[in-house]
Write a protein that binds this ligand. Structure first.
Ligand SMILES: [Zn+2]
Length: 105
């Protein structure tokens, strides 16, 4: 009995990188390059570092320019349908600055 060679039309398994749209600049980026802000079912807003929190999420670039734009235009508030506190913006800003400072080289 001859071995049947399975015809694989796509031999190299493509690892699909999950991409999400940034609410600030509307650009699409790999999920890992974005910050996820999530509104829990209880209505609590937090930054989701694991990407696994349940709730409605919005993504933002780890870029200060993009963060500022998002804060000014209130897109996070619109995307999540909840008030974004200054404390959360400050936390986000810290994360964005940290990421920016550690990217590039
Ligand atoms: Zn962006």
């Amino acid at each position: 009995m001859a071995l049947t060679k399975a015809k694989n039309s796509n031999p190299a398994p493509k690892r699909k990188i999950p991409e999400r749209r940034c609410v600030g600049c509307q650009g699409t980026f790999p999920k890992k390059d974005l910050l996820r802000v999530v509104r829990s079912p209880e209505g609590e807003i937090s930054i989701d570092f694991t990407g696994k929190k349940s709730g409605r999420g919005a993504y933002l670039c780890k870029k200060e320019a993009c963060f500022r734009k998002a804060r000014k235009s209130g897109v996070l508030h619109r995307a999540l349908e909840v008030e974004i506190t200054d404390a959360l913006y400050e936390e986000l800003e810290k994360e964005v600055r940290f990421a920016e400072a550690h990217s590039g080289d």
